[in-house]
Design a binder for this molecule. Structure first.
Ligand SMILES: Nc1nc2c(ncn2[C@@H]2O[C@H](COP(=O)(O)OP(=O)(O)O)[C@@H](O)[C@H]2O)c(=O)[nH]1
Ligand SMILES: [Mg+2]
Length: 448
């Protein structure tokens, strides 16, 4: 007996220890991204890569008819009466239920501040006034790694919602890791609004959706339950895209609420296992994404440095080309002008340069001078201007050809190499270590 008790205690201790490992991993990953100095988000932003920090918890969205047992499920999971239950039809908004250091209730604005990922919700008019957060200190089950989003009970007909409830739920569905749909056997199991939403969510997020027959203890006999399930499945299958083979709908109920002593199987523990599985997947995904993001940043730096050294070479070539054109721009007109003068102002040149030098020039420039001499005197000014024009053109070409693109400074290149080294060495090694811790803990769990 005492052995059993001890075993249970050690299992519990191990449980809380594993929870801290998982919590720690997600928290550290989050910090690697959000650190104000060396966070990946900041690094990536400076390189023109958009990156989002991973979340520290998974989000479970609960939807279903009014009174389907959504709030009761959250209270059961958290093991604390956080959410009001059994309220008569009244508009309730969205409530984020999360764990924290002290029991507190937050308003809509504070909620969006706490969950920047959900900021787009603000665009739905009026919804902020109907948002709230309940922080509980509970550490039961895997609650420290879960945020539940309780939604208003869905009803058909004249019920007026103070905001576009369908739109808000679809938004939340995009951001949730799991979407639980509760159908209860007594109420309006086949509420049109619920079915329409399910259909729309299913188009995008079929893999996140889980269907449950809630309050199963109230469904009467097994045959009644089967009939209710058949009806729901049939209704779902009528809708496009929901015609899944092997459609699964576990029956669940809150054990303490089974006042009639129904002996229906309760699969509520499977819901917990599913949450746990999603947490584990999220941790693995987060670590894999971290590695991928590091590689992406390193690759981007590699590309930028490569482009930069190409630009550097191009600049060098451009400068050389510019100098060559510039030289020609100066030389050709000079030679032409000389020839022009030789052919027209021979006497003047001779007195200026002396006989010898003029003769040498004549050897090289003679043919050109003869060519120029053949030009009729009327056109000689034209020729002169053409030569000057040509020189100007050459200089313009030189300026154009030598235009360079900006390159990184030596300091910038050095900084980029440091960042590359940081993500490839420091961050990736850290990721490896976190993965090791994650796996070790799973092995330990299996050993128990
Ligand atoms: N018998 C039974 N009653 C339940 C169960 N879950 C919830 N209820 C009751 O159903 C009513 C509506 O539950 P609530 O959680 O407020 O539903 P919500 O509108 O979906 O949040 C409450 O009176 C609960 O006590 C259950 O598993 N079994
Ligand atoms: Mg409720």
């Amino acid at each position: 007996m005492s052995g059993k008790v001890r075993q249970k205690t050690s299992a519990n201790a191990a449980d809380s220890a594993t929870q801290t490992v998982n919590e720690k991993i997600l928290k550290e990953c989050h910090n690697i991204y959000t650190d104000p100095d060396s966070g990946l988000v900041k690094i990536a932003e400076s390189l023109g890569l958009p990156l989002l920090a991973p979340r520290k918890k998974i989000t479970v969205l609960l939807i279903g008819n009014h009174s389907a047992g959504k709030s009761s499920f959250i209270n059961w999971y958290v093991e604390e009466h956080v959410q009001r239950t059994g309220v008569a039809i009244e508009t309730q908004g969205f409530t984020f239920v999360t764990s924290g250091r002290k029991r507190e209730s937050l308003t809509g604005n504070a909620t969006l501040h706490l969950y920047p990922h959900f900021e787009p919700l603000r665009q739905i008019a009026g919804v902020t006034d109907y948002l709230s957060t309940e922080i509980s200190t509970s550490k039961q089950k895997k609650f420290s790694l879960v945020t539940f989003v309780d939604t208003p009970g869905l009803v058909d007909g004249d019920m007026k919602y103070p905001f576009e409830v369908n739109k808000a739920i679809l938004w939340l569905g995009d951001l949730a890791d799991l979407i639980f749909i509760f159908f209860d056997p007594i109420g309006q199991a086949l509420c049109k609004r619920t079915l329409n939403l399910v259909e729309e969510l299913n188009h995008k997020h079929a893999d996140r959706m889980r269907f449950y027959l809630s309050k199963a203890d109230e469904a009467g006999h097994e045959s009644d339950r089967q009939r209710v399930m058949m009806q729901i499945v049939q209704e779902l299958c009528k809708r496009e895209g929901l015609n899944k083979t092997g459609f699964d709908m576990p029956t669940i109920y809150i054990p303490s609420m089974n006042s009639k002593g129904s002996r229906c199987t309760n699969q509520i523990e499977d819901v917990c296992k599913d949450i746990e599985k999603t947490i584990n997947q999220t941790i693995q995904n987060t670590l894999n994404t971290l590695e991928r993001d590091c590689d992406q940043i390193a690759q981007k730096i590699q590309d930028l440095l490569k482009t930069d050294s190409e630009t550097y070479t191009k600049n060098l070539k451009a400068r050389f080309r510019g100098a060559a054109f510039g030289f020609m721009g100066m030389l050709i007109p000079l030679l032409l002008l000389m020839s022009f003068f030789i052919s027209t102002q021979n006497k003047l040149l001779q007195s200026l340069l002396g006989k010898n030098l003029l003769e040498t020039l004549n050897i090289y420039l003679g043919p050109l001078a003869t060519l120029l001499k053949s030009i009729p005197a009327d056109y000689s000014t034209h020729v002169l201007f053409t030569i000057l024009g040509l020189a100007l053109l050459m200089l313009l070409v030189a300026k154009f050809a030598s235009s360079t693109k900006p390159t990184l400074s030596r300091k910038q290149r050095k900084h980029m190499l440091e960042v590359q080294d940081f993500v490839l060495a420091t961050v990736k090694v850290k990721k490896q270590k976190l993965y090791q811790e994650y796996l070790q803990q799973s092995v330990a769990e299996h050993d128990l």
